[in-house]
Design a protein around this ligand. Structure first.
Ligand SMILES: C[S@@+](CC[C@H](N)C(=O)[O-])C[C@H]1O[C@@H](n2cnc3c(N)ncnc32)[C@H](O)[C@@H]1O
Length: 254
């Protein structure tokens, strides 16, 4: 039985870029199972002039090209209709831009609540400002750096969202311990052999004692977060027991 279905519409000048990443592994299976429908639209198909122009020189001069508003608008309207719905029920129209709000696990989880998402990939100097002002409803950046286009950011967002959807990963609890899911980095993982090149697996993981394993994992998640990303601890949802473990870890360091 197919669970929740999400439709993702990606708008790009380079649809061929999506062939590899969307045709393999978990995303492919999610599409084949019908849980996710991904449509990649070529913005050029919606250009109306003879030369199928999708970009032009910037008003005011200067270098680079700017993506024209009409082909993007036409493409979005072809999917949503001429009068796109607004309000909380409307599918978010997301512009990928280094100027957007930062993409995090919490943003990914919030986006899974929608039945449909539209993702617009910019190129060159970016898109005409009127697209940002009057068409899109959200702007997302995947980090404080500038890429050549919004295609890789769109792939990052689709990947992060799809794996959170119910039924996509084999183990339904697989994402709950992931780094950033609860505000902490995840604990370390080991698999066979129990000793590799003289390096043993921590004994507790071989004990079969589930409560001890859980406690060890929580402690290691806290230890790792404290060492690598102490900033996350300020926002993490910590229990009394977690705070006690953190105190112990502090004492260990002294
Ligand atoms: C070269 S960038 C344009 C950057 C733009 N001139 C600026 O300074 O804000 C071309 C396109 O790549 C995408 N892009 C680049 N870096 C990104 C990032 N960190 N997150 C999301 N999209 C990004 C956007 O779609 C952008 O329109």
């Amino acid at each position: 039985m197919v669970g929740i279905v999400m439709r993702l519409d990606v708008f790009t000048l380079f649809p061929e870029m999506f062939n590899g990443p969307f045709d393999a592994s978990i995303i492919r299976r999610a599409c084949e199972s019908g849980r996710v429908v991904i449509n990649v639209h070529n913005i050029r198909d919606y250009a109306t002039d003879r030369h199928k122009m999708t970009d032009d020189t910037p008003y005011g001069g200067g270098g680079g090209m700017v993506m024209k508003p009409e082909p993007i608008w036409n493409a979005v309207e072809a999917v949503l209709g001429a009068d796109p719905p607004r309000g909380s029920q409307a599918p978010p129209i997301i512009l990928l831009t280094p100027q957007g709000r930062l993409f995090t696990q919490a943003v990914a989880r919030a986006l899974t609540t929608h039945e449909q998402l539209l993702l617009i990939c910019g190129r060159y100097e970016g898109v005409d400002e009127r697209v940002r002002q009057h068409l899109v409803t959200d702007e997302i950046s995947i980090g404080d750096y500038v890429l050549t286009g919004g295609e890789i950011p769109a792939m990052v967002i689709v990947d992060a969202i799809v794996r959170l959807m119910p039924g996509v990963l084999g183990d339904p609890g697989a994402t709950t311990d992931d780094s950033h899911a609860s505000g902490l980095l995840e604990y370390p993982h080991y698999t066979r052999p129990a000793v590799y090149r003289g390096h043993p697996v921590p004994q507790v993981l071989l004990s079969g004692h589930h409560a001890e394993v859980d406690r060890w994992r929580r402690r290691e998640a806290l230890r790792r977060t404290r060492r690598r990303r102490p900033d996350l601890l300020d926002r993490a949802d910590l229990s009394q027991a977690d705070r006690e473990l953190l105190r112990q870890l502090e004492n260990e360091d002294e």
